[in-house]
Design a protein around this ligand. Structure first.
Ligand SMILES: *Cc1c(COP(=O)(O)O)cnc(C)c1O
Length: 339
């Protein structure tokens, strides 16, 4: 390790690393793609990504193991999801192999920035697909850029797993019923900035979004998926066409059943039936597993397990997931990619 950073106190801030990958799509084909030291994109002012939001992205991490190796967690799933996002926005597809190769190249080129094992820190990777080229009409771009950059990020929880409080959003939705909620696109995030701002200003960690059609069911917890644990040892997570299919969530559904012996259920989570949950959490690559202490919904202040302590099942899920990601616990077949 040649780089000397305060690994234990890193936050989620952009840091310009030496190398990123870039490939251009033009005249119907991707070029060979390459690593570059240039961290600035040069694109037409009339690029559809800038005006009409024709862009999508991914987020995944590289983990350093105890032995010092570096590994990725289910990157094939990120590659597949970016293809679905591209399809929804009429963008060109990035082949799975090209995605995986790009991610590995970026990790290898910046290997000294993959944080040491035991610090909880990881190398966050941000693949980005944008429609470029001068087109002013509302139509798909003819040219695209696929880029992957990276930055070391700290453990989400500096002082260990701590519950966060959320507030239900009734005035804003992040996505429409048949909109782009299932696609990982910037537009959903743009829609979330105002409710997120209001929640933070009121002292909450983020917003709980309800289903946009009826406002009766939980969809997402900020930019993470929601799960609850019932008294009957069930792991329950919402199923809806307008939530983002979290790879962390699908991994937890499987681990809950196979490793913790819980019953894994994807289905409706009604906001007026939170009483059946003894624990709740938010999950995603960045958030890992964030225990939810309480959800405020109007006058109702609903506490799950505790507002200060993490519940036992959430703790076991967290240990299992992060154990697999950092290579301490055996992973289900095909989940780990060595760099
Ligand atoms: C990326 C994302 C998630 C988490 O997905 P993971 O694959 O687990 O990282 C959840 N919700 C939203 C809105 C997202 O954009």
């Amino acid at each position: 390790m040649t780089i000397d950073l305060d690994w234990k106190n890193l936050d989620f801030s952009y840091r310009k690393l030496p190398y990123r990958y870039i490939s251009h799509y033009k005249d119907g084909a991707w070029d060979a793609g390459k690593l570059t030291e240039d961290a600035t994109l040069h694109i037409s002012e009339a690029s559809p990504s800038l005006h009409y939001g024709q862009q999508g992205f991914e987020g995944l991490k590289a983990y350093r193991t105890k032995e010092g190796n570096v590994q990725l967690f289910r990157p094939d799933q990120n590659a597949a999801r970016l293809q679905k996002t591209a399809e929804r926005l009429r963008m060109v597809s990035v082949p799975i192999e090209m995605f995986l190769d790009a991610v590995k190249q970026v990790v290898k080129a910046n290997i000294d920035y993959v944080p040491p094992y035991g610090t909880g820190a990881t190398l966050y990777l941000r693949p980005l697909l944008i429609g470029v080229g001068g087109i002013m009409g509302v139509q798909p771009a003819n040219e695209y850029i696929f880029t992957v950059f990276a930055m070391p990020v700290g453990s989400y929880f500096k002082g260990g797993l701590k519950p966060s409080n959320f507030i239900v959003s009734h005035d804003f939705d992040r996505a429409a019923p048949c909109g782009t909620g299932q696609a990982k696109v910037g537009g959903n995030y743009a829609a979330s900035l105002m409710p997120g701002y209001k929640a933070h200003a009121a002292g909450y960690s983020d917003v709980v979004y309800l289903d946009p059609a009826t406002h009766t069911k939980i969809e997402e917890a900020g930019a993470a998926n929601f799960f609850g644990i019932t008294k009957n040892d069930e792991f329950v997570t919402p199923l809806s066409p307008s939530i983002l299919p979290s790879i962390t969530k699908y991994s937890l559904l499987q681990l809950a059943e196979e490793r913790l012996g819980l019953k894994a259920i994807e289905g409706d989570v009604f906001i007026d039936q939170l009483d059946k949950f003894v624990e709740a959490g938010a999950c995603g690559t960045a958030a890992v597993i964030t225990p939810i202490g309480a959800i405020d919904n109007g006058a109702d202040h609903h506490v799950f397990y505790s507002e200060t302590e993490v519940g036992p099942v959430t703790r076991r899920l967290y240990d299992e997931l992060t154990g697999i990601q950092f290579g301490v616990i055996d992973a289900p077949k095909g989940w780990i990619y060595t760099v």
